[in-house]
Design a protein around this ligand. Structure first.
Ligand code: KIV
Length: 275
């Protein structure tokens, strides 16, 4: 009899319970192979709509579609076993009404098998978040700099760097917290404001450019690995893989041109004829 060891996946309530506890480790992934690597080290894997910029070379996340998110969400679920997988809701599939948001989220949960969704917006999305949570959709909120709003915000600059600007961001945090978000991504927000929001909210905050004061951190994987051509100030590069990949590709190209690859180790010989 074979005994299969089942690895239990983390859930949205597990992450919510980490408020003020061990820091929550989160990175983005859009592929099965990177998800497999992240799964050993991360509590949460975010299938971010940043995939539009990272995988497809788009200028912003605005053109990303629900089908794109579902395809990559499935890939990440196949590659991971333990981390909570959160799939981003792309621009245009959840803002018009709470019913529209529910139908889009249900597609994501059913078609990917992921454990939660993320959506951008504070006060304006609070009613929708409550509606979703009451109907079984765990929601990670995203406030501060919200990239999907680039066309109304005008730039990706940091928020809350003057105290006079804190009010609306604090209200956003309070609104999504009260609506039942299990975690709140806080993006590109001045440290003292991130600290205050973290202290005031019951849900854990996950910072990206929002300081050590948050309950956890998230970065775009390709940014921290040195694969992105431009990165925001808040990104620490933990590796510089761009030049290493360039060198490997250069060596391959040289060997193909010199007819030294494939060598004897990389070809199939003939099977010995059976006696
Ligand atoms: O899309 C994304 O990758 C994100 C993170 C940067 C938080 O939303």
């Amino acid at each position: 009899m074979s005994v299969q060891k089942q690895i239990k996946r983390l859930t949205a309530p597990d992450i919510r319970a980490r408020k003020s506890g061990d820091p929550i480790v989160c990175l983005t992934s859009y592929h099965a192979h990177t998800a497999r690597v992240l799964d050993e080290h991360c509590d949460v894997i975010l299938v971010g709509d940043s995939l539009g910029m990272v995988m497809h070379g788009l200028e912003t996340t605005v053109p990303v579609t629900l089908d794109m998110m579902i395809l990559q969400g499935r890939a990440v679920m196949r590659g991971s076993q333990r981390a909570l997988v959160v799939v981003d809701m792309p621009f245009g599939c959840y803002e018009a009404s709470k019913e529209e948001a529910f139908h889009s989220c249900v597609r994501v949960l059913k078609e990917t098998g992921c454990g939660a969704v993320k959506l951008e917006g504070g006060v304006r999305m609070a009613e929708t978040i409550r509606f979703l949570v009451e109907r079984g959709v765990p929601v990670m909120a995203h406030i501060g700099m919200t990239p999907q709003a680039i066309n109304t915000l005008g730039s990706f600059r940091a928020r809350g760097r003057e105290e006079a600007d804190w009010g609306p961001i604090e209200e956003d945090a309070r609104a999504v917290d009260n609506a039942g978000a299990f975690a709140i991504v806080v993006e590109a927000v001045a440290e003292p404001l991130a600290r205050k929001i973290t202290a005031d909210c019951r849900a854990p905050t996950i910072g990206i450019g929002a300081s050590i004061a948050c309950d956890g951190q998230v970065l775009v994987l390709e940014d921290m690995l040195g694969l992105s051509p431009r990165v925001p100030k808040f990104v620490k590069q933990y590796a510089d893989l761009g030049p290493s990949i360039g060198k490997a590709v250069e060596a391959y190209a040289q060997e193909v041109r010199a007819r030294t690859f494939p060598g004897p180790d990389h070809v199939y010989g003939m099977k010995k004829p059976s006696a």
